[in-house]
Design a protein around this ligand. Structure first.
Ligand SMILES: [Zn+2]
Length: 433
């Protein structure tokens, strides 16, 4: 039986129809940004673009990077020289976490709010959240773009029970009192709850569905299976990127990777990790995602190099959606190279997760400096439950499993829950010390 689909016309379109629709939207988007964004006017001029660029030639345009967008913002605060509309048309502003210290802003017009909501509705509906569901969500209302999820859940028509990020007690209250049957949380937090509640009572909570987002994890078998087993629930995952759309990929209940849900509003390309040359989006391909807006008013991006490294899982699905499916292997910043081989911390999580309950499932790579290459043995911290007897063999067994499955040598340090930090909400997969 085909699954329920939110926007059948867009989500089951043939590749030809999708391309034609995107091409038509691009004409308007290109005109808008080349006429109204000083940042893109200059960027296009410098790239030698003198006439409208056909959609078929999109891949000849230069990439846009996070650093460029930050510089554009600093040029003309508060909305930046990349903004395409007068300030009085901007009706909603999110901030980024500002890894470099100062937050960046993401501005939306009323139409952009609607666009994000439309993409979000396709995304979350794909995960299996429908109007009859009750969702306890630990995604904050702001300042981050994840707060847009609240509009999306309202649009779908689900019951929404908002709680603050990491508020375990209120989540438990919502579940125990029957307010919610679905949990929306980061993968780390869902994993933390599963560790904490493991036991027969967890299955009495009536939690049937967990949707993870904000970081990879829900698609890693060891993590997914654990959460599913503890709650007797189905786990699917979502992913987005603030500069494009906070919800952009949603995994359907077939659990074969996240569908691209950008539809007519966003175009996705896959490029080679090293050369940045365009790659075919087909099963097995590994590359970095590149995003181009097709219907964005305030802050459109063209060929935005988002830093998400993904593996394409396929281009068709039993659910009937025709968009590609993928798994996120990690952020470009988290990737490192050991003896010429790319390693993603998500691969380490997959190995570590198999050692539960001796470990909690969380782990991170400690990198000595900014270099991408790491000399083995690679330092890895693995979280272990608090208050247990020291497990003398555990570190050696982990090192052995990492060596046999990922083919590099590591030096595992076991860190107790409290000392690991980050309160189980969202875990950085690699840290520099
Ligand atoms: Zn599907």
């Amino acid at each position: 039986m085909a699954d329920a689909i939110w926007d059948r016309e867009v989500e089951t379109a043939t590749p030809e129809a999708t391309l034609a629709r995107a091409g038509a939207a691009w004409e308007g988007q290109f005109r808008h940004l080349s006429e109204h964004s000083p940042f893109y006017a200059r960027k296009l001029r410098e790239a030698g673009v003198r006439s409208p660029v056909r959609f078929a030639d999109l891949s000849r345009l230069p990439f846009t990077t996070k650093e460029e967008l930050k510089a554009a913002l600093d040029d003309e605060p508060p909305f930046g020289s990349n903004a395409c509309v007068p300030a009085d048309r901007i009706k909603r502003v999110y901030q980024t976490s500002g890894t470099s210290g100062v937050p960046s802003v993401i501005a939306l017009t009323a139409a952009d709010v609607e666009t994000w909501t439309a993409i979000g509705a396709r995304t979350y509906y794909a995960t299996g959240i429908h109007e009859q569901h009750s969702v306890v969500t630990s995604f904050g209302a702001g300042p981050f773009v994840a707060g847009h999820t609240h509009f999306t859940l309202m649009r779908i028509g689900a019951r929404v029970v908002p709680v603050a990020p990491g508020d375990t007690e209120r989540i438990l209250f919502a579940l125990r009192s029957g307010l919610a049957d679905t949990l929306l949380a980061t993968a780390s937090f869902a994993q933390y709850l599963a560790n904490r509640l493991e036991g027969p009572a967890a299955r009495e909570l009536g939690l049937t569905h967990v949707v993870t987002g904000g970081e990879p994890g829900g698609g890693i078998p060891a993590i997914r299976d654990h959460i599913q087993d503890v709650f007797g629930a189905t786990v699917t995952e979502v992913m987005g990127i603030g500069d494009a759309s906070p919800s952009l990929f949603g995994e359907c209940p077939q659990q074969q990777g996240m569908h691209f849900c950008g539809g007519r509003q966003i175009w996705a390309e896959l490029v080679d990790l090293d050369s940045h040359e365009p790659m075919a989006i087909e099963g097995g391909a590994v590359g970095e995602m590149v995003y181009t807006h097709l219907e964005r008013e305030a802050m459109p991006v063209v060929r935005f190099l988002g830093g998400d490294i993904v593996r394409v899982e396929g281009t068709s699905c039993g659910c009937g959606r025709t968009s590609f499916r993928m798994r996120c292997l990690g952020r470009r910043d988290d990737m490192f190279i050991v003896r010429g081989v790319n390693v993603y911390p998500t691969a380490i999580l997959a190995v570590v997760g198999d050692f539960r309950p001796r470990v909690t499932g969380r782990a991170r790579v400690v990198r000595p400096g900014p270099e991408v290459s790491v000399q083995p043995p690679v330092p890895i911290e693995v979280e272990v439950p608090a208050g247990r007897e020291p497990d003398a063999r555990l570190a050696a067994e982990l090192e052995e499993a990492i060596h046999s499955r990922l083919t590099f040598r590591s030096r595992v340090e076991l860190v107790e829950e409290a000392a690991f930090g980050e309160s189980g909400y969202k875990t950085r997969l690699s840290v520099r010390r």
